[in-house]
Design a protein. Structure first.
Length: 260
């Protein structure tokens, strides 16, 4: 397996799919979180990003600074793109990474994603995590559970908690390292969130309207930070609808420019 190949999981190979969708995980999460989305998105090739420090990449040191990780993702994803349009979707830390990667591709003059889906995070309206990082493991686990960024299943299984906690700590260091520069993306953005998410200030997701020329609105669902676990089908259905519309509009624009 190549170095770049380790960054991506493809639950179902779909070379005939007309679009690719890259998923970015939440803090402490892995590519496996999105494997079931392949069944929810027919006609799309799902590519789930696997960050260092978890599952088969557990022996690799996790990133703790946002800039170097985005640079590594930028290098890795270039080998995965083909002529098909593609989109990004990220939850929590994944939304941060998808957003910054889209900005980096755009600044580098590349062909960015046709659509960006962001869930449970906004560039300026997320609550700071800096105070959590110096805590010893026991206090850290309790604090992140109260903060809402630890999946419920990890909190009840000591063995799973021991596996997840180092990645959660490293990923929250990434969030703490993030410095907003006000950058925008050139593609449409669709935002999703839980109505009682404690990690965001009220109305925080509406901030995305300032970061895109085409804001597709906010869809909120019952639940907290991990609302997405229960509402994956509804979010996938809505995001798929947006992808189809963006794809159709892109084809119309291409035909218009070609005089067809």
């Amino acid at each position: 397996m190549t170095r770049q190949g380790r960054w991506f999981h493809t639950p179902e190979q779909r070379p005939d799919a007309d679009r690719q969708l890259f998923f970015f995980p939440h803090a402490g999460g892995s590519a496996a979180y999105y494997h079931r989305w392949a069944a929810l998105l027919p006609g799309v090739e799902v590519r789930a990003v696997q960050l260092p420090g978890r599952q088969e990449r557990r022996t690799e040191p996790p990133y703790r600074r946002t800039g170097p990780l985005v640079e590594a993702l930028h290098e890795a994803i270039e080998a995965e793109l083909d002529d098909r349009p593609y989109a990004f979707f990220g939850h929590s830390l994944g939304a941060l990474l998808g957003y910054r990667l889209a900005v980096a591709i755009q600044e580098d003059g590349g062909s960015g994603p046709a659509l960006l889906g962001v869930s449970g995070w906004a560039p300026e309206r997320f609550r700071p995590v800096d105070a959590l990082l110096p805590l010893p493991d026991g206090e850290f686990a309790a604090a992140v559970r109260r903060f809402g960024v630890l999946p419920a299943e990890a909190g009840t299984d000591p063995e799973l908690l021991a596996l997840v906690l180092p990645a959660v700590r490293a990923d929250l260091a990434l969030v703490a390292d993030y410095r907003d520069d006000g950058g925008g993306v050139g593609c449409p953005v669709a935002a999703y969130g839980g109505r009682t998410d404690p990690t965001l200030e009220p109305g925080g997701l509406t901030e995305w309207a300032r970061r895109t020329p085409a804001f597709l609105g906010v869809s909120e669902f019952p639940g907290g930070h991990f609302y997405l676990t229960e509402h994956a089908l509804a979010v996938a259905t809505d995001f798929s609808r947006h992808m189809q519309r963006v794809s159709q509009q892109g084809k119309l624009d291409t035909d218009r420019k070609a005089g067809r």
